[in-house]
Unconditional design. Sequence first.
Length: 141
Amino acid sequence: MNEYNFSDLIIGHTEHFGVIVTKEMEDSFRNITGDINPLHQDDVFACRSGKGKFKGHVCFGMLTASFYSTLAGVYLPGKHSLIHSLDIKFQKPVYVGDQLTVSGKITDKQNELQLILIKAEIRNQKSQSVSKATIKVLCLE
């Protein structure tokens, strides 16, 4: 876990990490949230309702979005972070087995609030963007 202080951070600072989406992650997310939508568990339903758009059941968007929390809470800035706001745009479906790279770059700092603005993105193993986000993070020290 990184422990950057606000004063350590500069505009342009980047961090990234990788993660593979597993069935166990989906099952845990389903158990925690109670989201039993068949789009997230039934391959036939997902393919039929998506009219050929999906190759199987689609991973929960909010499960993949939770990796933005990991980005801020573990990597940028890490230990001293508290997410203030998160604006996410989903772009492509994610499936079990996808290898995701989560990356973020500081694009602004607000000294009076000790707040950083992070432009973040999640890409799959084909280098396709599956989501983009703007994250405002308070740096607590």
